[in-house]
Design a protein around this ligand. Structure first.
Ligand code: SF4
Ligand code: F3S
Length: 77
């Protein structure tokens, strides 16, 4: 799946939620997070985010790895 990383914190632009065809991006408090089992990896949210917070999990930038777990644990996975 795709994941949301640290630049979303304090930004929460929400443009990603408007383009996601399966509505799998949820408000998680200080940031939004993607439900890993609902994401279909379409990639539409990536260019929509003004702070480039979204990545395919396998392309997670260095230092952002903790957000892989965060995008899972929020949904009880
Ligand atoms: Fe939604 Fe597609 Fe982004 Fe997954 S990759 S969160 S399905 S817009
Ligand atoms: Fe966050 Fe970017 Fe979406 S700031 S809410 S991941 S558009």
């Amino acid at each position: 799946p795709h994941i949301i990383t640290s630049p979303c914190i304090g930004t929460k632009d929400q443009a990603c939620t408007e383009v996601c065809p399966v509505e799998c991006i949820y408000d998680a408090g200080e940031m939004f997070l993607i439900h890993p089992d609902e994401c279909i990896d379409c990639g539409a949210c990536v260019p929509a985010c003004p702070v480039s917070a979204i990545f395919p999990e396998e392309d997670t930038p260095a230092g952002e790895e903790p957000f892989i777990a965060r995008n899972r644990e929020f949904f009880g996975l």
